[in-house]
Design a protein around this ligand. Sequence first.
Ligand SMILES: *Cc1c(COP(=O)(O)O)cnc(C)c1O
Length: 355
Amino acid sequence: MSRFWSPVVQALTPYVPGEQPQMQRLIKLNTNESPYGPSPKALAAISSQTTDDLRLYPDPEGVSLKQAIAKLHGLNPNQVFLGNGSDEVLAHVFAGLLKQNKPVQFPDITYSFYPVYCKLFEIDYKTIPLGSNFEINILDYAAPNGGIIFPNPNAPTGRSIPRTEIEKLLAANKDSVVVIDEAYVDYGTESCALLLRGNACPENLLVVHTLSKSRALAGLRVGFALGHPDLIESLERVKNSFNSYPLGRLAQAGAIAAIEDQAHLEESSAKVIKTRLALVGRLSTLGFDTLPSTANFIFTRHPKHAGAKLYQALRDRGIIVRHFKSPRIEEFLRITIGTDEQSGELVAALKEILA
Ligand SMILES: *Cc1c(COP(=O)(O)O)cnc(C)c1O
């Protein structure tokens, strides 16, 4: 702390990402990265950009990438906004769309970056408790609000709601923006992106995606938002008042190739889903209660063993998972789905710990 810090910064509690430990031979199941590599076509496209052209600025609008994303989702390029990871997209969403006179609403248990953005941008917010089974009930969001945001599937619970529920929410909530953060949508959740097609595009729905999870490009930093052109225009205004070149040449080229390689995405997501189903079954045999997940992670607890102790015992065995010291969820572990082999080692370690 220094007297030169602005008052807003003095009051901040920044988001703490899952750790990226440098230890060797570690089983890293704490930040929901893909256990499989990115599309080989994306890697080739990135390599092709390491030329003298790097002296030149990239395309500030990312026109080709927007076209590729629009094509994949059946939208127009003016319905696509690009950012340096979806965290940056979300920051611009809070600044450009959710900073209103009424509080923005999101679940009490959700992506913990949302309240951080609210504090940074001085946005009033109201948290809505999840139901008794950690589910999102859209009827709980009926109060007048300055916007609604939640991930689907939610993080860190992994629970999703069907697209029809979000359609009901849109029908009931016409006077503010509804943002669906679909970071984990490719592991078995219905995407809302198709609601944005054609003339029926709602004027207040924004869908946020990332290439960090199912496309295995967390290190490249690419995310995007999809929505009505008027919503996208607000985000462009914020972006062009902040950083005109959020995506470098490598990122744009790699992202285009990754978006075009849908087969690679489907293959690796299918493997993750298969491993998830098997892991949930094996954990249940060990006495764990796991919330139904449509994500690349599970949220699980053991009725007889404290979450913090399990977290530490796994850590002592070189297996890193995520544990949140927050009310209602401190007995849970959030475990990223790795390879079958990593799952095997996790189950073996847990057997040893429980014994
Ligand atoms: C991982 C994650 C993001 C951020 O992803 P980026 O790496 O910044 O693209 C956004 N929302 C949720 C819910 C996430 O879990």
